[in-house]
Design a protein around this ligand. Sequence first.
Ligand code: PLP
Length: 340
Amino acid sequence: MIPPAPLRLRIDLDALAANWRQLRALAGVDAGAAVKADGYGLGAKAVVERLYAEGCRTFYVSNWQEAAALAGHPPDLRVLVLHGIDAADLPAALSIDAEPVLISPEQVALWRAHGAGRRCDIMVDTGMNRLGFGWRGFCTEMFAGMDVNTVHTHLACADEPEHALNALQRDRFAQVVAALGVRGAIANTAGICLGRDYAFGHVRPGIGIYGGVAGMRQVVFPEARVIQCRDLPAGDASGYGATWTATRDSRLAVLNLGYADGYLRGFSDRGEAIVGGKRARVVGRVSMDMIIIDITDTPPVAPGEHVEIVYDLAEAAHLSGLSEYELLTGLGARYERIYT
Ligand SMILES: *Cc1c(COP(=O)(O)O)cnc(C)c1O
């Protein structure tokens, strides 16, 4: 018999759905969803299922293993592999109901040779110099006779609205889209927030769906279990390095949360939990598998009880120095993911 999971991750799928609808409305065009890295740590299958019910029909993963994990999805749903296709992915890829976003002439040759005329997307690089066909001298002949559904590019500086590269990439991309005559897509979450002239025909939000930008609802709520409570007199220290010293007689609770759960050292002496509706701060360093919180001023809590960890992404990012992306994808496998 497996004991109950001592760590929980409550995932508010209604908030997730509301965030996706809000981003789609902001863009005013068809919207997909990035679900790579197991749905940014939430569980890709559950995310896909819920967003499909909301009308989302295009989902982005990084590689064919992630695509295979979504097997059995409805036939009118497209799974797109952002890293494209490598020779090593064949032939397994051909048995997976997903399509590549082709990024290079080599990948086009591979897909022409093995894809049997199947549909694909393509990625064009317009200034980030990450993935895709270069925009300079972009040549549409390479794709003649191929079933290209959408052409993509990705913005390097979308989270800096004033950055000159945004408009430059948009204008370069507009030329590519016009030349190819297929649907264009440029915007991630931050790109959607730049305004409608970045919407083109389709958008690819990710982090915002999961609550990672201002104005979106919190989706993820970690809950840790109290392992032990202890009283200590003023002057005693707590944790590795004895970095925190009690300035008054105090009561502490030790929780089962640590590095493997994405709760990294930056939360030391800064992170917070919610005990009986009151904030309780982390005191001392995060240990590998534990944190210690100060419950002197909170309602009582006992070993075995669960307390919520403050994980509003903007606030947690500010406290820990981690990005919203790291906060989500680092959550780890020890949580029982509970969808509500
Ligand atoms: C991950 C990814 C997205 C989503 O980006 P967010 O910043 O999470 O909204 C969109 N497009 C591409 C190509 C991506 O790799």
